[in-house]
Design a protein around this ligand. Structure first.
Ligand SMILES: Cc1cc2nc3c(=O)[nH]c(=O)nc-3n(C[C@H](O)[C@H](O)[C@H](O)COP(=O)(O)O)c2cc1C
Length: 189
């Protein structure tokens, strides 16, 4: 089986983001068989506007849609904003979801999240699962990677300093690889 491509999207636009650090850690923790790239342009998308959602959408939207279409699977790392996902991430998903052909339909997606609080993005992850279910994505169910008190697990240098979280993230990537390869086999049968 060929290497599977994974696009990792962080829901945080912040330079020192813990969630972008998680995405970077995933690149290092690759259990094998995955080529993981980090999406860096969510902040460049315009706010979703149905008047702009034509056959010729804004260039950053077209570029993101092309990267999503080319990826075998997605990894989304999300902070929690007011008990849900951040606006930038919801905006990106809205743009992706209206692309012709339903780009998220059947797309394997793994999710993880980090927050300095005691609940570690768990409500954001629940909201994200609901959104992804509504667009027909194939979301990895377990393990759940909920990085609570993330400031004690991710160093100021952005390195993941907690072996337990690292192991969980590696397991999540293994589960994503399994789901994506199963779906590819089903498609070719
Ligand atoms: C507008 C706003 C709302 C927030 N709401 C929550 C929340 O509901 N629950 C939570 O755990 N943290 C909340 N936080 C804290 C974020 O989880 C925290 O800023 C986190 O570090 C952001 O992720 P990042 O490090 O990847 O940027 C909120 C932060 C902001 C700016």
């Amino acid at each position: 089986m060929r290497e599977l491509t994974v696009l990792a999207m962080s829901g945080s636009l912040r330079a020192g983001s813990h969630n972008t650090a998680l995405a970077r850690a995933a690149v290092k923790l690759n259990p094998g068989g995955l080529a993981i790239e980090i999406e860096r342009d969510l902040g460049g998308l315009p706010l979703y506007d149905q008047d702009l959602d034509t056959g010729a959408p804004p260039a950053p939207v077209a570029a993101l849609r092309a990267r999503i279409a080319a990826a075998d699977a997605l990894l989304i790392t999300t902070p929690e904003h007011n008990a849900s996902i951040p606006a930038a991430l919801k905006n990106a998903i809205d743009w992706i979801s209206t692309a012709p052909g339903g780009l998220l339909l059947g797309k394997p997606v793994a999710i993880a999240g980090a927050s300095p609080g005691p609940f570690g993005s768990v409500r954001a992850q629940l909201a994200l699962r609901q959104i992804l279910a509504s667009v027909g994505a194939e979301v990895v169910v377990k393990p759940e990677v909920v990085v609570f008190r993330c400031d004690t697990r991710i160093g100021d240098d952005g390195a993941l300093a907690d072996p337990y979280t690292a192991e969980l993230l590696r397991e999540l990537l293994g589960a994503l690889r399994h789901k994506a390869s199963q779906l590819l086999v089903d498609c070719t049968e």
